[in-house]
Design a protein around this ligand. Structure first.
Ligand SMILES: *[C@@H]1O[C@H](CO)[C@@H](O)[C@H](O)[C@H]1NC(C)=O
Ligand SMILES: *[C@@H]1O[C@H](CO)[C@@H](O)[C@H](O)[C@H]1NC(C)=O
Ligand SMILES: *[C@@H]1O[C@H](CO)[C@@H](O)[C@H](O)[C@H]1NC(C)=O
Ligand SMILES: *[C@@H]1O[C@H](CO)[C@@H](O)[C@H](O)[C@H]1NC(C)=O
Length: 790
């Protein structure tokens, strides 16, 4: 039977003689042939491939495979195949004939044991020999859970590889791991069976017509986009996939992944890359595209827990309890909604916010990528008199509309006051009508709107790309690992983050709205329960306690009030000092406590005399300044990049000299001491900010430290009991020359050391902080209630 059909196929292509003209035979093996994805999309995609390529000169056979035994498996599979639909743009007669042939070219195989794979291989070889066909290649589509990948990969490599001269393409479906480590493991396993060019990892978003057109659009519209596709012109970018459905029935999968792993790490990140990457000279060259994409990953700024807002729809916990048989009090920390703010530090995009948002149980189903441009124009004429079409005062945006939503079709929209885009003729056409529709606040008539001539399902597009060997539509191993390397730190830092509960659908109202501030995001509405929490109420007329601690003034309050008090005291000191001497020398400590202070100074103190302020480091870890462990790095991130301190007033510690870290011969300590003497009158800082460790250390002066507790040396190298061990620090004698020293102590964890310090005398060898006692300056303690009262 197979023989007859093969001949018919080639005959339809009007080709004279079989062996001579055939481009070769392609065997497609679909593993998981009776599963959901196969039923819903893959068989239809394979049928589409057959319809499109029947006259390409290639001949095909399709092998559905699963663990199920031959007879029941066959029945299940052919039930699906019989229901294959004819696309609306296909003539019904041709389609009926082709469908009949497609069914005849399809077979079911049980693939369970090593022997089953060997048999499959032999059958393919026998068929080809009988037909006198040359083999072009084999496609193995893995529509199976990832735990089965390694086993199947081993079988394919050991017994189903095509002979030399024919290609092998294996197609893999996500999830590809659930963090960097597991992705690396899975990648390593697969690499031992397949070569990189043989693997096609599917992200079906890359088959969505609007997403797939981002790069071609940028390429074909270079003349318009070159001047404006950058930080000077783009206000913000939104990449959004909203769903109305929830996770019911899928919680066993969802509970392990959550929205970031399910949608953001892959689909939305891929769209982000298409937008931010530099355009290769030839966007049809897969290797160039993939290289540029990898570079774009390298430019992404790292995320932290304040880069994301997270939510969970209220019914989720109940669904998990029911479906996974968990106890009534089981609490799930899996987010079903996330909004993440991403920055790229490339020269092109620095400062432009990219907002990635996705969630389940939201008010609408829609996906889009929206690029909003800055508007610089002021329109003098009244609105009614303006030329509406080209008014420069209207919003300017480019939208890649992925689907659903108000438009309910993939589309590319460009504001008419931007430019009329160049679109590929034949595959995209200008859409008309629906004038009453509004998209992002503007009537549809304000845009040039294009939609695909033929709407194609993402899987049909991807299967066609596999056939054509277009690797740029798939996720390479490097690409995958770069994405996990980017997302894993955020996933780790939010694993115990509280989630905002939301009711679902339109009732969410404004609960999930969020806003950006200083590179971070937060929900715009304060959480109702938090407002009602009595523990957080403080009597407003008694916000800070003033008294004495170790014979010096003590300021105490709940941490938030304490920080705001400390920030304004620093500002007052700074203004007074600048008024007196023209400059202000401020030495700041590292560690976690000052971070909130830095953020407060960055956001609330607009009158601070930054222009006349010199910033010094009290201590530093012996790591490169670009390392996240570096105190300077943290200071830069949380304060310096947001305020206008002149570059030449910033004095990081020289821990990195001659390509090495804190080596004594490099004399970093002397270098810093000299710089202090050169710029700071009498080497007396105007203000030194210190913290206290639970062991009583301050700056990087640790108990029993050999250096820095006494003596003439002003800057010293020390050893910390915790990593990174090597440190550079100002010495106690230098600190004690300061005009003011503020010590900040925050949190319950510091309660014991606080109590201890209130009792002990001057014993710097045991507790270096007890040696802080300015010789002619003033010491003030800022201790929050938690540290003071426990
Ligand atoms: C698959 O292999 C097993 C054992 O090797 C065998 O029992 C079974 O019949 C095979 N299935 C088919 C369809 O050949
Ligand atoms: C595949 O299997 C062969 C042995 O049959 C082995 O030598 C090879 O390393 C395996 N991996 C790849 C990528 O070919
Ligand atoms: C771009 O690359 C494709 C694929 O390699 C090639 O067919 C095409 O000719 C190239 N275009 C130009 C302008 O070089
Ligand atoms: C430096 O110290 C000397 C003596 O201790 C003092 O007289 C002088 O005022 C100080 N200078 C400044 C700028 O503080």
């Amino acid at each position: 039977m197979l023989r007859r059909v093969l001949c018919t196929v080639l005959f339809m292509g009007a080709l004279p003689s079989l062996a001579e003209v055939s481009q070769g035979h392609i065997s497609v093996v679909l593993l998981g042939a009776t599963g959901d994805l196969a039923k819903k999309y893959l068989w239809q995609g394979l049928f589409q491939l057959y319809m499109d390529q029947v006259s390409s000169g290639h001949s095909f056979t399709f092998h559905g495979a699963a663990l199920t035994a031959l007879e029941p498996g066959q029945r299940l599979m052919f039930d699906v195949l019989k229901k294959l639909a004819c696309p609306p743009d296909e003539s019904p007669n041709r389609c009926a004939v082709l469908k009949d042939q497609f069914l005849k070219l399809s077979q079911y195989h049980q693939l369970k044991t090593a022997e089953n794979y060997t048999v499959l291989n032999r059958e393919i070889e026998t068929l080809l020999r009988q037909e006198g066909l040359k083999e072009a290649g084999r496609i193995f589509y893995f529509s199976v859970p990832p735990f089965a990948y390694t086993e199947i990969a081993r079988h394919i490599n050991s017994s189903c590889r095509p002979p030399p001269g024919a290609w092998l393409r294996v197609v893999l479906e996500k999830p590809f791991g659930h963090d960097l480590e597991s992705a690396q493991q899975l990648a390593a396993d697969l690499t031992s069976f397949f070569r990189e060019e043989e693997m096609y990892r599917v992200d079906h978003y890359l088959g969505k017509q609007a997403v797939a057109h981002i790069l071609p659009f940028r390429d074909q519209n270079r003349q318009f986009l070159d001047p404006i596709w950058n930080r000077h012109h783009v206000e913000r970018v939104e990449i959004v996939l909203k769903e109305t459905v929830d996770a019911k029935g899928r919680t066993s999968f969802y509970e392990q992944y959550g929205v970031i792993r399910d949608v953001l790490q892959n689909h939305l990140t891929e769209a982000l890359m298409f937008l931010t990457m530099e355009l290769p000279a030839n966007v049809s060259r897969a290797e160039e595209v993939l290289q540029c994409k990898l570079q774009a990953f390298q430019s992404l700024r790292g995320l932290n827990k304040n880069s994301a807002v997270l939510g969970q729809y209220q019914a989720y916990a109940g669904q998990v309890q029911e479906e996974l048989q968990k106890a009534q009090d089981y609490i799930s920390t899996t987010p079903t909604f996330a909004g993440v703010l991403i920055h790229s530090d490339s020269l092109r995009w620095e400062g432009v916010p990219f907002l990635l948002t996705s969630g389940k149980a939201l008010d609408e189903r829609v996906g889009y990528v929206r690029v909003l441009f800055k508007n610089r124009a002021y329109c003098t004429q009244s609105e009614t008199l303006r030329d509406a079409e080209h008014s420069q005062c209207k919003a300017k945006q480019i939208v890649f509309y992925i689907g659903h939503g108000a438009l309910n079709t993939p589309a590319v929209l460009v504001s008419r006051n931007l430019f009329r885009p160049v679109m590929p003729e034949g595959s995209w056409r200008e859409a008309v009508g629906q004038s009453d529709l509004h998209i992002f606040g503007q009537p549809l008539s304000d845009y040039y709107v294009y939609s695909p001539v033929k709407e194609r399902d993402a899987y049909s597009v991807l299967i066609s790309n596999i056939y054509h060997g277009r690797k740029d539509f798939f996720i390479t191993t490097e690409n995958l690992l770069a994405s996990w390397a980017f997302w894993t730190p955020l996933l780790d830092s939010i694993s115990h983050q509280p989630l905002r509960l939301y009711p679902g659908g339109v009732e969410n109202q404004h609960l999930l709205d969020f806003e950006m501030e200083s590179g971070e995001v937060a929900f715009t509405l304060a959480e109702a329960v938090e407002l009602l929490n009595p523990n957080r109420l403080t009597p407003s007329d008694y916000r800070t306690i003033q008294s004495k601690f170790r014979q010096s003034p003590l300021v105490s309050a709940w941490s938030e009030d304490l920080i705001s008090q400390l920030a304004s005291d620093i500002e007052k000191t700074a203004s007074r000092t600048v008024a007196r001497s023209g400059q202000f020398h401020l030495a700041l400590s590292g560690g976690s406590s000052p971070v909130v202070l830095f953020q407060r100074l960055a956001r609330h103190h607009y009158a601070f005399p930054w222009k006349h302020t010199h910033i010094w480091l009290v201590d530093e870890r012996c790591v490169p300044l670009t390392d996240t462990e570096s105190n300077f790095f943290s200071l830069h991130n949380h304060l310096l990049q947001s305020v206008r301190v002149p570059y030449f007033n910033v004095h990081p510690m020289p821990v990195h000299l001659n390509q090495r870290l804190c080596v004594e011969e490099d004399r970093g300590t002397e270098l810093y001491a000299k710089e202090i003497v050169a710029l700071v009158a009498n080497a007396s800082f105007d203000l030194v900010l210190l913290g206290v460790g639970t062991d009583g250390h301050t700056a990087s002066l640790f108990p029993k430290s050999e250096n820095g507790l006494e003596g003439a040396q002003t800057v010293v190298l020390t050893e910390s009991p915790v990593k990174p061990h090597q440190r550079m620090s100002l010495s106690l004698p230098l600190i004690n020359k300061a005009r003011q020293v503020f010590v900040l102590v925050l949190g319950k964890g510091k309660h014991d050391i606080t109590i201890l310090l209130s009792r002990v005398g001057h014993e710097p060898k045991k507790w270096p902080i007890s040696g802080v006692s300015p010789s002619s300056g003033q010491l003030v303690w800022y201790v929050d209630y938690e540290a003071l009262l426990g």
